[in-house]
Every structure is written in C-alpha cells, then in structure tokens.
Design a protein around this ligand. Structure first.
Ligand SMILES: Nc1ncnc2c1ncn2[C@@H]1O[C@H](COP(=O)(O)OP(=O)(O)OP(=O)(O)O)[C@@H](O)[C@H]1O
Ligand SMILES: [Mg+2]
Length: 259
C-alpha cells in the first residue's frame, strides 16, 4: 500500500546577508495512514521549514510531495482549498493570532462552515462533539478564547484542527509552551485521538522526550538533513547518529523512563 504522505527529495535554501543557507537538503520521509512520525532535531535543523513547505505556506527549491494520492505541491486554487481539509496543523499557541474576543464556538464553527463538514443545522452539535473529543465541556463554546488557560487553548486548537476530519495532523512545537503537567495531558489526548480516530501525525519538537511519548517512528534532523530514522524505542535506546546521541544525552532519564 502506498503511504499516506511521501516527501521526496525536498530542498530549500534561504539567502541571508548575501549568503545562501541550505535549510533543507534532500529530505525524504514517509508517513503511513494512522502513523505518528516524530521529527526531532536541534534548533535551526530545519524542522519548521519542512512543516511550512508541507502545509503549502512556503515553496521549496526541489523535490515532490505526494499526499493521499495527490501531487501535493502542484495543487492550486479550488482543488488545493478542498484538499487542505485533509491536512491540518497545530502550532505553538495558534489561537494567539485569533481575535481575543472570538468565542471558542466561533473558532470551531469557521472550519465547519468553510469546508461544509456538516449541514448548517448540525454545526452547533458538531462543536459540542469536538469539544468533548478534546476533553472540554460544552459550555466552553460560549467563552472567549482569551479567557482560556494555555492548555485549554491548545485543546481548542486541536479541536479546530480535527474539525475538518483530516487524515494528517502536523504539530510543530505544539506542546512546547505548556508546563510539564499540562503538556503530559495534551500528549495523552493526542495519543488517544490518534488511536481512536486513526489520524496520522507529523509531530515536530526539539525535545526528544516529548517526541518519544507519542511517536511510532522517529526521524532525526541535523543541519537540514535526515540523519537517522527508526522505531521510536530503537532511536532512543540505541541512537546511531551524533545528533540523535546528543538529543538522548540531553534527557538523561529518557531511556529508563519510557519503555
Ligand atoms: N525566512 C527565513 N529566512 C532566512 N533564513 C531562514 C528563514 N526561515 C528559516 N531560516 C533558516 O533556516 C534554518 C532552519 O530553520 P527552522 O526554523 O526550519 O529550524 P527549526 O528546526 O524549526 O528550529 P527550532 O527548533 O528553533 O524551531 C535556520 O538556519 C534558519 O535560520
Ligand atoms: Mg521550528
């Protein structure tokens, strides 16, 4: 069976101060349906650049991406808008960009309306279902986004991302701003959603412990390249690359804590 997502030879350079910096150098990765792939690497290794290219927020210099059978990077216009529903994102505090007066209900109503996920008369019910899926009570719908805690905001961001029934979620440092306890609960929620709904995830973080907690496989980036890929447990227990060894060393209790 062909993978859900296949990234083939993606390269991207940036010009800065007259110098060309290779942010991504011939990146190839696959994600199977329902799989969580963790992408980990030091700051500046190119993780966010890859996620932005994947989400069509940034163009690349070379390479191709296949997603659900589409030649993803060549989709445009109405076809792209329609297909975008299938790949959604959660970033670090994405609701910070929202109008602070917007209510949780309106934040969730937008994708339901724009992508016509359910008929108009069923949208209010669907919002309650989405809130329930992410562990929030129905009465959160009436609250302004600014009245929520960081963890609650991230739950709403996840609800918004799954509203369009995507097959792939791209999460870039989605729990990095949260304190340890809240982070643990959001990671549990993501694992539950992934198990119950079979949504595949590209889970990006600079923190190997966080990546290890949710991923089936882990890919390690260093200087714009993938330097190692393997089952999550194997990458943590027996890192093969210098970059992976450094990430493991940064979390000393990792190997014994999370088998
Ligand atoms: N718009 C840009 N213009 C110039 N250089 C950029 C731009 N965006 C990213 N870069 C460079 O590309 C490289 C990769 O950056 P990127 O943000 O993808 O790394 P990252 O792995 O996400 O890091 P972090 O863990 O800090 O989020 C870095 O050297 C960065 O400075
Ligand atoms: Mg980043």
């Amino acid at each position: 069976m062909s993978p859900l997502l296949s990234i083939e030879g993606i390269s991207k350079g940036f010009s800065s101060a007259g110098r060309r910096v290779a942010a991504l150098d011939n990146i190839s990765l696959t994600i199977a349906a329902g799989e969580t792939l963790g992408l980990v690497g030091a700051s500046g290794s190119g993780k966010s650049t890859l996620s932005r290219i994947l989400l069509r927020l940034l163009s690349c210099d070379a390479g191709a991406i296949r997603f659900e059978g589409d030649d993803w990077l060549t989709l445009t216009g109405a076809a792209l808008r329609r297909r975008r529903a299938r790949m959604q994102m959660v970033f670090q505090d994405p609701l910070a960009a929202f109008n602070p007066l917007a209510t949780v209900g309106s934040v969730l109503d937008d994708p339901l309306r724009i992508h016509a996920v359910v008929s108009k008369d069923r949208r209010a019910g669907e919002i309650v279902t989405l809130l329930d899926r992410v562990g929030l009570a129905a009465d959160h719908a009436g609250r302004p986004v600014r009245a929520l805690s960081g963890g609650q905001r991230q739950r709403v961001a996840i609800a918004r991302a799954i509203a369009t029934r995507p097959s792939l979620l791209v999460l870039d440092e989605a729990v990095s701003a949260l304190d340890v306890t809240v982070r643990g609960r959001i990671l549990e929620l993501l694992v539950d959603l992934q198990k119950q709904q079979g949504i595949a995830c590209l889970f990006i973080s600079h923190d190997l412990a966080v990546v290890r907690a949710v991923s089936h496989r882990i890919a390690v980036m260093d200087g714009g390249r993938i330097v190692e890929t393997g089952p999550a447990a194997a990458v943590v227990a027996a890192p093969q690359s210098e970059a992976a060894r450094a990430l493991v060393a940064a979390v000393p209790r990792l190997v014994t804590d999370s088998s």
